[in-house]
Design a protein around this ligand. Structure first.
Ligand SMILES: [Zn+2]
Length: 142
């Protein structure tokens, strides 16, 4: 559902609900949208507050703060993340699923580990409720 602020030819502003934007256009075309105050069928969408404010200020902001970090920044972030993990966790390689389970079930001392797991192994761990995070791994030499 979507709510529109509508305005009739006489300037009455009212709200109307539609399943979606297309439904509004369709009903408007059929002149099925009627002003509840005067019955006028010449109804248009009233400009909504966020749209009015969108002009300069939004452009200005987007110049300052890009919504998405670019690829290079992403690589730097992931590289830092990798360094953090390497500093604070033990590398267990392909034994990751096994070690993660041992820790989960209390068979070994709780510690931070990192390593590799296949998609299937990772899914099994999720099903068992083993907590872990997947991170995109960047190569040092890249
Ligand atoms: Zn009206």
């Amino acid at each position: 559902m979507i709510v529109f602020d509508l305005k009739c030819k006489d300037g009455h502003v009212f709200e109307a609900w539609f399943p979606d934007s297309a439904a509004f256009e369709k009903q408007k075309a059929k002149k099925a949208v009627v002003c509840p105050m005067c019955g006028n069928r010449r109804v248009t969408k009233a400009p909504m507050a966020p749209n009015i404010a969108s002009g300069k200020s939004r452009e200005h902001e987007s110049n300052k703060t890009p919504a998405q970090p670019n690829a290079a920044e992403m690589m730097v972030m992931l590289s830092k993340l990798r360094q953090e993990v390497e500093k604070n966790a033990d590398y267990v390689g392909e034994k990751f699923p096994e070690e993660a389970r041992k820790i989960h079930y209390g068979e070994t001392e709780k510690r931070n580990i990192y390593g590799e797991a296949s998609k299937e192994e990772a899914e099994e761990l999720v099903e068992e409720g083993v907590e872990f995070q997947r991170i995109p791994w960047v190569r040092h030499d890249s």
